[in-house]
Design a protein around this ligand. Structure first.
Ligand SMILES: Nc1nc2c(ncn2[C@@H]2O[C@H](COP(=O)(O)OP(=O)(O)OP(=O)(O)O)[C@@H](O)[C@H]2O)c(=O)[nH]1
Ligand SMILES: [Mg+2]
Length: 405
């Protein structure tokens, strides 16, 4: 348990306790009802030889009369907000302290809301911690140096058995005297993870005659059209290839416009098709292209475009390879559902988008491990054509280990 404590500095007091309400009680008992809270935050503390982290609540406050009025800070993110200058409720019949009334008018002045929000944040953090603890509950038999790496992997949502498997390999291959060298061990872990990530390399045209036809399929909004634009732009501008574009995205004018804009910039032909016959004709008309990229809709407004229909379109086009596009910001269940649903259409490779926004990259590893398909590309932002990379195992492994984007 965290013992409540008080620290005094420059006329202000910093209170620490296990919960927000304990901390507030402490503030009230020390400074009375006119106390002005300048800052609250949760602080991580290490326990049990550094193996466990616990969160405690910290409040910096002063007595209402002494505290200079500060304008409430504009919170960047509610979760990380520092709630500034919030006056504690003045007991009835007592004159409010100078500044306290003013501060109470601000939207942040409701101490109950503040306390609740902080409690919720604290609970969230504790729950997250708890889930990590539970997942590592049947605690792996790991030396302390490796346990931190294990926790990192679990934190990044790497499946427990995968994390254990990787660290087992590390124990076998890294000499005990090197085990404490965090950077070195992390590189070794990246090496192991890399082996678990199958990658396909970029799209390559193997035939001498006719276009290499590539289709992108996947759930709505994952970035299919943007990725097509990036691929087309790179093939065209960097590799000087002749590229044709086809879209089966017929229901939304905006969606066609989106691709048309890129086709115009690139000077590529764009065909919008509505039937399997159309797509056959469109491909035939692009016989002089080296690559034809086919964009598809995530779903139609009425959901009339069944996956089996999509399959018929792609068969009519004679696609050489189909890539399933999924967002790395989705949780594992969503990605697995997409893999299952689009499995009906049959796809050869997988593209993970939005790595720049992903919180837990371990999902990428878990999915490809179960899928037996390789990663062709990953995308790392909204910018066409730059934010796309050919999938590389080591790079993905480093991202999974939280080593920057
Ligand atoms: N942050 C980030 N955003 C991306 C990335 N790729 C695409 N987006 C954004 O995701 C949004 C949806 O992208 P689209 O390309 O329209 O997605 P889609 O899969 O074609 O969507 P539907 O056609 O509606 O199924 C857009 O705002 C894109 O700019 C990426 O790698 N990172
Ligand atoms: Mg689209």
């Amino acid at each position: 348990m965290t013992k409540p404590s008080v620290e005094v500095s420059m006329g202000l007091k910093t209170f620490r306790a296990a919960t927000m309400s304990d901390c507030l009680t402490l503030v009230k008992s020390e400074l009375g009802g006119d106390a002005v809270i300048l800052h609250t935050r949760t602080v991580a503390q290490r326990r049990w030889l550094g193996l466990r982290r616990i969160e405690i609540v910290e409040i910096t406050a002063g007595s209402g009369a002494d505290v200079p009025v500060r304008r409430p800070a504009v919170a960047k993110k509610p979760a990380a907000a520092a709630y500034s200058a919030v006056a504690l409720a003045t007991p009835p019949g007592k004159k409010p302290a100078p500044g306290a009334e003013l501060l109470k008018t601000a939207a942040v002045s409701n101490i109950t809301t503040l306390a609740l929000r902080n409690e919720i944040e604290t609970v969230k953090v504790l729950l997250k911690q708890l889930s990590i603890d539970v997942r590592s509950g049947s605690s792996p038999d790991l030396p302390e140096d490796l346990f931190e790496h294990y926790r990192k992997l679990i934190q990044h949502q790497v499946a427990d058995e995968l994390a254990r498997e990787v660290l087992r390999k590390i124990r076998e291959t890294v000499r005990p005297e090197h085990m404490a060298q965090t950077e070195f061990v992390r590189e070794k872990i990246a090496e192991q993870l890399e082996k678990l990530i199958p990658v396909s390399g970029p799209i390559v045209r193997t035939k001498a005659i006719g276009p290499h036809i590539v289709a992108l399929i996947g759930p709505t909004g994952v970035g299919k059209t943007t990725t097509i634009a990036k691929l087309a732009a790179n093939l065209k501008l960097r590799e000087r290839r002749k590229v044709g574009l086809i879209t089966i995205d017929t229901y939304r004018i905006a969606a066609i416009d989106q691709l048309k804009k890129y086709a115009d910039i690139l000077g590529s032909a764009l065909k919008v098709v509505a039937t399997p016959d159309d797509i056959r004709e469109a491909v035939a008309a692009m016989a002089d292209c080296e690559f034809v990229l086919i964009d598809t809709a995530g779903r139609s407004p009425n959901d009339t475009m069944k996956l089996s229909e999509l399959k018929t379109f792609l068969a009519a086009a004679g696609v050489d390879e189909t890539h399933l596009v999924v967002s790395s910001t989705s949780n594992q269940g969503c990605v697995e559902l997409a893999v299952e649903r689009f499995g009906e259409v049959k796809f050869d490779k997988i593209i993970f988008t939005k790595l720049d926004e992903a919180a837990q990259m371990g999902v990428i590893l878990n999915v490809v491990r179960n899928l037996n398909k390789s990663i062709s590309y990953v995308t790392t932002g909204q910018d066409v054509p730059d934010d796309i990379e050919v999938g590389r195992g080591r790079r993905l492994a480093q991202l999974i280990l939280g080593m920057g984007i």
